[in-house]
Structure formats: structure tokens, C-alpha cells
Design a protein around this ligand. Structure first.
Ligand SMILES: *[C@@H]1O[C@H](CO)[C@@H](O)[C@H](O)[C@H]1NC(C)=O
Ligand SMILES: *[C@@H]1O[C@H](CO)[C@@H](O)[C@H](O)[C@H]1NC(C)=O
Ligand SMILES: *[C@@H]1O[C@H](CO)[C@@H](O)[C@H](O)[C@H]1NC(C)=O
Ligand SMILES: *[C@@H]1O[C@H](CO)[C@@H](O)[C@H](O)[C@H]1NC(C)=O
Ligand SMILES: *[C@@H]1O[C@H](CO)[C@@H](O)[C@H](O)[C@H]1NC(C)=O
Ligand SMILES: *[C@@H]1O[C@H](CO)[C@@H](O)[C@H](O)[C@H]1NC(C)=O
Length: 610
């Protein structure tokens, strides 16, 4: 009898277990930072979700990378401010959460801490919130059900509970999902078809033993942070290091792009420019070949023979190297797809990323989304979407898209009277984190209601989705105001003189020539459409015939609350577009009081007090 009951219990438990794991509305693949961040938001909104992770812990990429263990995202613990959003502007490693104890900044006093701390952090984060992660699960054969591949018309299509995707793991357990989010990052080494490339050691498993490079002449293929990281690790002991790649050096401080060469990695620039044997050269690797000399087993990089133009017979007088190291970056791992699934590829410099739409949805399949680094093709070399401090916000935007698309919950917003708009804008410019980190990509959108003299304020909306505002947020308006953060063009870019004496715009009359990150307001009298964006550089908004643009002049502390420079010109701009007198309010005197007291702390209750 007892045995029978136990057996029954087993059947029930096992049966339930199978039933529960069979289908999930949201399946996230990958428990890296973006997978966890999305899991956090889905958990907060009580959705049925699961995260499948191939390894036995969260953040497994950081177990191996960066090879030399130093994070290059800034761990800024102290800012002199108490405002928590403002502090997120300078904390590049934390995930977003409601618990400030979970900030990464508590874990190290170093500005560039060890990657080991990131592994601990991500696992502690997922344990703290008890995120639903199924470890040791390698997803394969992911494919949409055939009927889902055609454009769906019925109302059912907008539910997350419809079974749309099938997949299985390495043990042939099968899973079905309503919505799939691929958050697997870039994990496969990029090995271009260079003749002899197999002679090079890969960054992915490069030895950390410096002694191996003693008295060696080293060639590094690549020009990114990983190439310089390797060079810096070994240059104490080498004879010399040559670094080759097609593009010129792009210093992050000149391009304002954190994925370019960071100062913490750039010591080789000195030893090159001060003529201490190390060198950089610009060559197209695909036109060269690597070879190994049979005489001594050392390596050479030489130009391929050109049959097309026999006059160029002159071979490059090649240097001889003891070691060749390949640091050419990583690509997306295609092994999760079923063989029938084919994804359109990006072209050019974003070809390592799968092609996606502006709402983070796969270009080819509806209800299949990407998150984290994999969405960086949208803002490659423009903003921070490839890094934790950027994609934690695009992941929040993705969750907000889900909320309305599948659950009819509109984009979060507040309604302000026109009298309060100026104060609220000043507050956002001075503390908002998402639009600051994802400058030029996420914007605040203010819908203006001229009948009731009020406006609806939506935060952190993906700029490129403005033509589809109603469909994405549930709100529409004829006239709207957009708050974007922008760098100026004249002092941004590889090779620009970013330290020129006239780099700072000093007068409100030339606020539009501000070079550092500064707020820019765009006003439109009619909704934006896709054609408006046709010729627009990523990061900026179109200037249509009805548009009015207002630049808030740059500020060395990135604080925009000076009465004469920032607030008065903004008030006049708002008065003009609203055709409404805003002089009655207290905001100016409020900000001025704070300023005179030299108390720049932005109170968290700033707008609650207006
Ligand atoms: C995952 O696999 C590792 C070893 O491969 C094992 O130690 C660990 O317990 C497994 N974790 C889970 C949750 O099954
Ligand atoms: C790196 O991986 C390659 C191929 O998997 C292997 O041949 C090589 O020995 C590895 N090197 C190190 C240092 O582990
Ligand atoms: C460096 O290596 C070369 C052979 O590759 C050897 O002749 C020379 O003695 C070595 N020098 C030192 C200082 O070890
Ligand atoms: C994959 O494609 C083949 C032929 O192209 C077809 O026979 C097969 O049913 C497809 N499988 C799936 C799962 O769609
Ligand atoms: C950039 O520089 C050019 C010439 O030096 C000047 O005419 C132009 O106004 C500047 N643009 C901005 C946005 O500062
Ligand atoms: C897009 O809007 C502009 C005005 O901003 C208008 O001139 C144009 O005709 C519109 N295009 C389409 C395709 O609706």
C-alpha cells in the first residue's frame, strides 16, 4: 500500500514536473547580464519565464574573459551625489534593480576590478531574486512552428501564451515557448579566412604565463581592446610587438565610444610613438598570408602574390616572428538554430551581429527577440548598447515593449501640467541614467495636450521607434517634444583634436555647437514617419519642416541647472512652442537657491516637491 502511494506520488510529481517545464511564455537563452536583467523584469511583472543556460553558473563568459581578468567598465563608487539615478550614470557594471545593496560598486574599490567579481555578482544577483534559471542546458534546434512563419493576422497573435517555438537540449529534452529571447552574447572566436591563420594562437585560450613570451618577437593580429590587452600583458618581456589590422587606431576618448581602445589598455601607443621597437601597421589581412619557415619554425606575414597586377611582385620584406596571436573578436554562436532556420546577416562592420529590427525583434522571425550585446548592431560605434551600462536599459525597453504588445499594458508614463514640465525636464536632464548612457538611442518623449494644457511624459523610449509610437506605447499625440542626449560632431571621431583650445562652447548663443554630451530638445507639430528618418545619422533626430530644436549648453560637471545658461533659455523655448506663459513657476528660484548654496545634490524628491 505504502509503496503504491509512493508510486502514485511519484507519478503525480513527475507528471506535474513534465507539464510545468513543457511550455513557457518567455524563454530566454543565456544567463549572462542581459538574460538576468530581462529575467528580473519578467519576474517583477509575474510572467511565466525561464532562462536556459548552457553552463552550470550565470555569467560564464566572464570565467574566461577578459583573458587577463581586468574589467574595463568603470566601477565608480563615489560621485559626491546621493541621487541613485545620477549614480547609475557612472556605475557601468550594476544591473538595474530596486535594491541598492545589489550595486556592483559595493564589491570593489578599484575603478577597473577583476572579472572574477563579475561572476560572483551575477550569481548573487540571480540568487537574491531567485530568478528561474535552468543550468546545464544547451539549446539546439530552435525553430518557429511552420504556421508562425507567415504573417499572423488573428488577435491570438498578440498573446504570449501561444506556442510558437520548439527546441531541445543536449539530452533531447523538448521545450516549447511563446516568445524566445536570445541573449547568448558573442562567444565564437572570429577566425577570418586568412591563409595560414591556423598558425596563430587564439585570444580565446591564450596562455597567461608571461615567461612563455620572454625574448620573443610577437605579431598580434587585431587592433581592438583584446589585442592591446594582450600586448600590455606581455610587453615587459618581449623583444618587440607588431600589431596589424586594416583600420587605424580608434581611441575611445576621441570617438566617445567605449568599445574603442580604452586608455587603460593603450600603453603600446607610447612605446610605438617613442620609437621603442613596438609598432602598429595598417594592412588588410585578407591580402596577406601567414607562413612558417621550415628552417627554424618561425613565422612570417607576407603579401599574397598578385596575379592581377604582376608589376606588384615586390614582396614585403617580412619580419620574422616567434609567436603570432589572433585577437580578432567574437561572433554570434549559430548552433542554437535548427538547420532550417536561416537568419539574414548584417553587412559590413556589424556582420558579427544577427540582423534585427528597431524593436529588438529578429529581422526574419516574429516573436523572436535578441537582447544584450546581440542588439548592438542598432548602435554599433554610436552608443553603449553592446555593454552592460547600455543594454541594461535597452533590456528594460524590450520588457516595456512586451508589456504592451502581449499584455496590453501601456508604456509607463506620468501626466504633468504645463506648469510642471520645465521642472521635470530639468530633473531628467540632471539625473536620468538611461538616456544618458544610451545617448542618441533612448529618449524621453513628451506628448503635448493643447486642450487640457498638460503633457504625458514617457521615459527611455527607443528613438528609432518614434514613427511607431502609438503601436509600441499605446499613446499617440500630434505634437511632441523629444529629449535626446548628444555629443557634438566637430570633436568626435578617430583623429580629431579632442583637446583643442576651442573645444568648449562658452556662450548660450552657440549652445548648438556644444561638443560634449548635452541635452537637446526636438519639438514636432506632426507625428514622425519612417521616411523622416531615411537620411538621418544614427543618434540624431530628423529636422522636419515643423521641427524646432533647442540645445542646452554643455557643462563641465554635466549638470544643467544654471538659471541664466540653462533654465532661462529652456523656459523661453517651452513658452514659444506651448504659446504659454511659464514665468509663474518656482523652478528657477528653486534651482537658483540650490546653486547659491553650492548644494548641487539633486534631491530624489525634486519633482515631488513641485
Ligand atoms: C551542472 O553540471 C555540473 C557538472 O557538469 C554539476 O556539478 C552541477 O551540479 C550541475 N548543475 C545542475 C543545476 O544540474
Ligand atoms: C587552444 O585551443 C587549441 C584548439 O582547441 C589547442 O590546440 C591549443 O592547444 C589550446 N592552447 C592552449 C594554450 O590551451
Ligand atoms: C634570445 O633568443 C635568442 C635565440 O632566439 C638567443 O640567441 C639569445 O641568447 C636570447 N637572449 C636572451 C637574453 O635570452
Ligand atoms: C526542414 O526542411 C526540410 C526540407 O527542406 C523539411 O523536409 C523538414 O520538414 C523541415 N523541418 C522542419 C522542422 O521544419
Ligand atoms: C564645426 O566646425 C565648422 C568649421 O570649423 C563650423 O563651421 C561648424 O559650425 C561647426 N559645427 C558645430 C556643430 O560645431
Ligand atoms: C512623412 O512626413 C513628412 C512630414 O514630416 C511628409 O512630408 C511625408 O509625406 C510623410 N511621408 C509619408 C510616407 O507619410
Amino acid at each position: 500500500m505504502q509503496v503504491f502511494l509512493l508510486f502514485l506520488l511519484f507519478i503525480i510529481t513527475y507528471g506535474l514536473h513534465v507539464d510545468q517545464t513543457k511550455f513557457h511564455e518567455y524563454c530566454i537563452i543565456g544567463a549572462g547580464p542581459s538574460g538576468l536583467q530581462l529575467g528580473y523584469f519578467l519576474q517583477q511583472s509575474e510572467r511565466d519565464y525561464i532562462i536556459y543556460e548552457k553552463s552550470s553558473q550565470a555569467g560564464s563568459f566572464f570565467v574566461d574573459y577578459p583573458r587577463h581578468r581586468r574589467l574595463i567598465s568603470i566601477n565608480k563608487r563615489l560621485t559626491g551625489e546621493r541621487n541613485r539615478k545620477f549614480n547609475y550614470r557612472h556605475d557601468w557594471n550594476s544591473l538595474l534593480s530596486d535594491d541598492d545593496q545589489l550595486r556592483f560598486t559595493h564589491r570593489s574599490k578599484q575603478l577597473f576590478p577583476s572579472a572574477d567579481l563579475m561572476i560572483d555578482y551575477l550569481n548573487d544577483f540571480s540568487r537574491h531574486y531567485n530568478l528561474r534559471i535552468q543550468f546545464n542546458t544547451t539549446i539546439q534546434n530552435l525553430h518557429p512552428l511552420p504556421e508562425q512563419t507567415s504573417t499572423c493576422q488573428s488577435r491570438e497573435c498578440s498573446y504570449s501564451s501561444v506556442t510558437r517555438f520548439h527546441m531541445n537540449d543536449q539530452n533531447d529534452n523538448r521545450y516549447t515557448c511563446g516568445i524566445v529571447v536570445v541573449a547568448t552574447g558573442l562567444s565564437v572566436p572570429n577566425i577570418p579566412p586568412i591563409v595560414g591563420i591556423e598558425l596563430a594562437d587564439g585570444y580565446e585560450n591564450l596562455s597567461l604565463n608571461v615567461e612563455e613570451f620572454e625574448n620573443k618577437s610577437v605579431l598580434i593580429l587585431g587592433r581592438g581592446n583584446s589585442a592591446f590587452e594582450v600586448a600590455q600583458h606581455i610587453y615587459d618581456v618581449t623583444n618587440f610587438i607588431h600589431m596589424v589590422s586594416r583600420s587605424r587606431v580608434r581611441n575611445a576618448y576621441a570617438t566617445h565610444y567605449v568599445g574603442d581602445l580604452r586608455a587603460i589598455n593603450n600603453q603600446l601607443l607610447d612605446t610605438y610613438q617613442l620609437k621603442s621597437l613596438d609598432a602598429l601597421a595598417e594592412i588588410d589581412l585578407l591580402e596577406h598570408e601567414l607562413s612558417k619557415r621550415s628552417s627554424d619554425g618561425r613565422f612570417q606575414l607576407s603579401r599574397k602574390q598578385s596575379h592581377a597586377n604582376p608589376s606588384i611582385q615586390e614582396r614585403q620584406e617580412a619580419t620574422v616572428y616567434d609567436r603570432v596571436i589572433r585577437c580578432l573578436g567574437f561572433q554570434f554562436d549559430n548552433s542554437i538554430w535548427h538547420e532550417n532556420v536561416s537568419m539574414e546577416k548584417n553587412r559590413g562592420r556589424t556582420k558579427k551581429y544577427p540582423k534585427i529590427r528597431s524593436d529588438y525583434q529578429s529581422f526574419d522571425y516574429d516573436h523572436l527577440y535578441l537582447a544584450g550585446t546581440l542588439t548592438h548592431s542598432l548602435d554599433f560605434r554610436r552608443s553603449s548598447g553592446g555593454f552592460i551600462h547600455g543594454f541594461r536599459y535597452t533590456t528594460r525597453a524590450l520588457h516595456r515593449i512586451f508589456q504592451f504588445r502581449y499584455h496590453q499594458q501601456k508604456w509607463p508614463s506620468i501626466v504633468l501640467s504645463w506648469h510642471n514640465l520645465l521642472n521635470y525636464l530639468i530633473k531628467r536632464m540632471n539625473e536620468a541614467d538611461g538616456i544618458y548612457q544610451m545617448f542618441g538611442q533612448l529618449v524621453d518623449v513628451i506628448l503635448i495636450d493643447r486642450v487640457d494644457r498638460q503633457c504625458r511624459y514617457l521615459e527611455e523610449f527607443p528613438l528609432r521607434l518614434l514613427p511607431r509610437l502609438g503601436e509600441i506605447t499605446g499613446y499617440t499625440s500630434n505634437s511632441l517634444l523629444v529629449l535626446n542626449m548628444q555629443y557634438g560632431m566637430n570633436y568626435s571621431g578617430a583623429g580629431r583634436d579632442v583637446f583643442a583650445f576651442d573645444r568648449v562652447s562658452a556662450s548660450v548663443h552657440t549652445a548648438d555647437r556644444s561638443n560634449f554630451l548635452h541635452p537637446v530638445l526636438y519639438y514636432y507639430q506632426s507625428p514622425l514617419n519612417e521616411t523622416d528618418f531615411d537620411q538621418i545619422k544614427s543618434g540624431f533626430l530628423p529636422i522636419t519642416s515643423s521641427a524646432r530644436v533647442h540645445h542646452i549648453i554643455e557643462n563641465i560637471l554635466t549638470l544643467w541647472m544654471q538659471p541664466d545658461e540653462h533654465i532661462l533659455p529652456l523656459r523661453i523655448f517651452l513658452e514659444n512652442i506651448l504659446n504659454f506663459d511659464l514665468r509663474q513657476q518656482t523652478s528657477e528660484s528653486y534651482a537658483r537657491r540650490k546653486l547659491l548654496q553650492r548644494q548641487l545634490n539633486i534631491p530624489t524628491d525634486f519633482y515631488a516637491s513641485i
